[in-house]
Design a protein around this ligand. Structure first.
Ligand code: FES
Ligand code: FES
Length: 161
């Protein structure tokens, strides 16, 4: 039996008739068509599916969609401006080569958004710690850390280089 679940997604109210056993990841991608969020392991190990629920970074592959009812969900699709202008963290990932194959990138970017909301001036150690749940097999993380450091500077309204 399906149930109706409603939540805010990237600032817009959405409602969907879903099987109650589904994961938030399933509904984001398959029901709502927001395919920016990726599925890697499907069991909470890789972080590719990271989204924000009420500002907290969670693994959407482990998050029952019914628990999203009434929350505010943000995915990578919610970062850019309506006119297509990239957010500071998206721009920083481009500028610093923070993505190679890109599969991990939406999850890592969302983890970075959560970090910077909580800690606008993180150290490199704090950035690396915040990414312990996000695996990247391509970059070696150096560029990712540089991108998040630059995004922190940009978000604080300072000049980054
Ligand atoms: S797909 Fe969710 S943690 Fe890997
Ligand atoms: S850029 Fe390929 S897995 Fe991270």
């Amino acid at each position: 039996m399906k149930v109706e679940v409603g939540f805010r997604l990237n600032g817009y109210e959405v409602r969907a008739e879903v099987e109650p056993h589904l994961r938030l990841l399933d509904v984001l991608r398959d029901t709502l068509g927001e395919t920016g969020t990726k599925e890697g392991c499907g069991e909470g190990e890789c972080g590719a599916c990271t989204v924000l629920v009420d500002g907290a970074a969670i693994n959407s592959c482990l998050f029952p969609v019914c628990e999203a009812a009434g929350t505010s969900v943000m995915t990578v699709e919610g970062l850019a401006e309506a006119n297509g202008a990239l957010s500071p963290i998206q721009r920083a990932f481009l500028d610093h080569g923070g993505a190679q194959c890109g599969f991990c990138t939406p999850g890592i970017v969302m983890a970075g958004v959560a970090l910077l909301a909580e800690n606008p001036n993180p150290s490199d150690a704090e950035i690396r710690y915040s990414l312990t749940g996000n695996l990247c097999r391509c970059t070696g993380y150096v560029q990712i850390v540089a991108a998040i450091r630059a995004a922190a500077v940009a978000t604080r309204g300072e000049r980054g280089d």
